[in-house]
Design a protein around this ligand. Sequence first.
Ligand SMILES: Nc1ncnc2c1ncn2[C@@H]1O[C@H](COP(=O)(O)OP(=O)(O)OP(=O)(O)O)[C@@H](O)[C@H]1O
Ligand SMILES: [Mg+2]
Length: 265
Amino acid sequence: MRRPTSSGNSPGQITPEARPRTLDAAAAADALLPLHVRGVCFDVAGRRLIDGVTFDLRAGTRTVLLGPNGAGKSLMLRLCHGLIQPTAGQIEWNNGGARQKGAQAMVFQRPVMLRRSALANVEYALAVSGCPRGRRKEIAMGVLERTGLARIASRPARVLSAGEQQQVALARAWALEPQVLFLDEPTSSLDPAASAAVEKLIAAIFASGTKIFMTTHDLGQARRLSDEVLFMHHGRLLECAPSEAFFAQPRTPEAAAYLQGDLTW
Ligand SMILES: Nc1ncnc2c1ncn2[C@@H]1O[C@H](COP(=O)(O)OP(=O)(O)OP(=O)(O)O)[C@@H](O)[C@H]1O
Ligand SMILES: [Mg+2]
């Protein structure tokens, strides 16, 4: 199992691994990606909230899911992560849907921190993922050092600022070395400096070989952090395009209106 190593870097610096993860044959057999989403629907009380969505999530790219409030972005992330089940259609992982512990992780808009230190929060996630007790502290401290968070390792996680908590949540996810990281508006409640720190951390996690699938309403962030864009509206997937093409020339009037801040229906 690949583990981040401690580099002893100073606070504020993030050290991506020296080289991106390469898949050997054994790892390839274990690879979760691509994820195939086929005709997925999600209904609640007779209301269709996700309507026949089809796309593939490939390894090695950053995919940003855009769309106005209520488009179905959070539901789509939860469906992919397996927190809810589709009422129709299929969501199939490359390796047959095996859900190895820690192989995919999700970070929410407001992270849930346990009532213990930042370090112990990371150690707990490692314990849940099956990491041997004797290795947890070293791995947890290593990832906090790599993310520039060593100085707050012993502080109670719940009294950290929103930005620090979100960085700890990302470090906690990174410690698991997920193949896929789902991020639902990870910076929406943060100020510009904290957002920048979180973006830097997401970039480092991607550089270490983790697929990124995230939502955001910050279009600048979407441009900075995406290789491809999925655009949803009213539960339907309207566009799937390389991000440069999407931002330069969206194909649907809905996406064009959204980018101009004019999507009012
Ligand atoms: N459990 C639920 N029961 C009923 N309706 C739901 C449920 N979860 C979500 N919805 C509805 O589904 C639609 C899509 O919700 P979702 O949270 O996925 O939107 P979103 O695109 O993430 O929006 P935002 O940008 O505001 O986060 C919304 O109309 C929401 O009210
Ligand atoms: Mg949402």
